[in-house]
Design a protein around this ligand. Structure first.
Ligand code: PHE
Length: 448
């Protein structure tokens, strides 16, 4: 292989067709669905926002998802070398490198919050969480302690271990167990919550839209979230796509992944909003919703420790299937580029990512509050750079690449002539424009 970062002659991993769907849904479903989606939905008015999210998912998310999968499978490389191979241009390979950087940065702080969910699962099952009713104080104390570094390490270790085991015996096997497990946990929680007295009010907040609440801002947030939720612009779907068999239909896979992601968001909403309604909690209170408000609700429920534990376990599982997909991107890149074998690559990248995440850990709960600049903690800066800058840029890169540059897109995507036209139209005109708007908005460059 003569490309600069194209492969080192080792055979690439391979998913079975169902294994790929599980892994991709696992990547999509994560803290985004269970932690971020509920609170932004609460913030932007409930059902109307959910409705917008669905539109964005279908109209922009799915076309871009298909583009990422196609570039990955067509290029048979990592998130940078796939671009290079399909275009022969170093410029595109370099742009692709941004989508290797993005997941590395995201993982550095995503693992921290994933660690909180693991910790909360443990202290919920053991009942320790409910010893004291002051959940806000407990949460503040926890995230301001060294414990969060410990849990961050545990998450990185688990993630590294699964990726170390390889594409089919690690990532695929793990997702095939966890994703069905997640559905069961979710359904148990949904039944529990919907049978609480007064749950209906929360359901209607979530599902009965009040369109007067919609604003341009909420539309941009919905679109940004559709991207994040589908794991787009982060090289993750592209890297997974490169392990997909040539005969598998990417169009069908795209629909399955989109549907899976939406279903999880829907079920998460059916858990969170009735709970907040029944216990008089504020759904829009931000990230604390899950770690402060919900424990209060669980403590007031019969068998609360069990359901609380299950809920946080659900969150932890959902995040692990995402962290695995995040880690695979730089791991695949590093082994292709530097000729390392998978294990060396996993050890080095995991360790580096943990180290890069440390300042985020220190800054988020005030262990070391000197790590704040311009009103944002280090954690928030990392989130900002990755989610608001790198993600939309890489989203734009993949849309323009598949829409204008790469001539083999049609064949790789395998759509019929009519759908191909629709897809191309979305990629050429609709998606770039909207993604550009999101970028300008979220980077703070759009005038009010
Ligand atoms: N989609 C994941 C979530 O919703 C996050 C993620 C983003 C994972 C990008 C991989 C790549 O939590």
């Amino acid at each position: 292989d003569s490309s600069p970062n194209g492969g080192n002659g080792q055979s690439r991993g391979k998913f079975t067709s169902s294994g790929f769907i599980f892994a991709a849904i696992g990547s999509a479903v994560g803290l985004g669905n269970m932690w971020k989606f509920p609170y932004i939905t609460g913030l932007y008015g409930g059902a109307a926002f959910f409705f917008l999210f669905i539109i964005c998912l279908l109209a922009v998310g799915l076309p871009v998802l298909l583009a990422e999968l196609a570039v990955g499978r067509g290029g048979r490389g990592n998130a940078s070398s796939s671009y290079y191979r399909l275009s022969g241009s170093k410029l595109w390979g370099g742009l692709g490198f941004l989508s290797v950087l993005g997941p590395f940065v995201i993982l550095s702080f995503y693992a921290i919050v994933a660690g909180w969910t693991l910790h909360y699962a443990v202290i919920s099952f053991t009942g320790k969480l409910f010893e004291n009713a002051d959940f806000g104080v407990r949460f503040g104390g926890f995230i301001g302690s060294w414990m969060i570094v410990f849990w961050q390490f545990v998450v990185m270790l688990l993630t590294g271990w699964i990726v170390w085991l390889g594409v089919s015996s690690g990532i695929e096997r793990f997702n095939k167990i966890l994703i069905p497990g997640l559905v069961i946990l979710l359904l148990v929680m949904v039944v529990r919550v919907l049978t609480l007295e007064g749950a209906g009010e929360g359901v209607s907040f979530f599902l009965r839209p009040d369109f007067s609440k919609l604003t341009a801002e909420s539309a941009l947030v919905a679109l940004g979230h559709a991207f994040f939720s589908l794991s787009l612009g982060m090289g993750a779907m592209m890297t997974y796509g490169s392990y997909v068999d040539r005969r598998q239909s990417l169009g069908a896979a795209t629909l399955a992944i989109g549907f899976g992601d939406l279903l999880y968001a829907f079920l998460a909403g059916l858990i969170i909003f009735p709970t907040t309604a029944v216990f008089g909690l504020e759904a829009s209170q931000g990230p604390g919703l899950v770690f402060v408000a919900l424990p209060a609700a669980f403590s007031a429920m019969p068998l609360g420790a069990l359901f609380g534990g299950l809920f946080f376990l659900l969150l932890a599982f959902a995040s692990l299937t995402s962290t695995v997909s995040l880690l695979e991107v730089p791991v695949a890149f590093a082994s292709d580029t530097f000729g390392w074998n998978r294990r060396t690559s996993v050890i080095i990248v995991t360790l580096l990512c943990f180290l890069v995440g440390l300042p985020s850990s220190f800054s988020v709960g005030g262990l070391y509050s000197g790590l704040s600049f311009g009103g944002k903690s280090f954690f928030d800066w990392m989130d900002f750079v990755a989610s608001n800058i790198l993600l939309p840029i890489c989203g734009l890169v993949v849309t323009l690449f598949a829409g204008y540059v790469w001539k083999g897109a049609a064949e790789e995507a395998g759509l019929n002539a009519w759908w191909f036209k629709v897809w191309l139209f979305m990629l050429r005109f609709v998606a770039p424009l909207l993604v550009l708007l999101v970028f300008l908005y979220s980077a703070g460059l759009l005038p009010d």
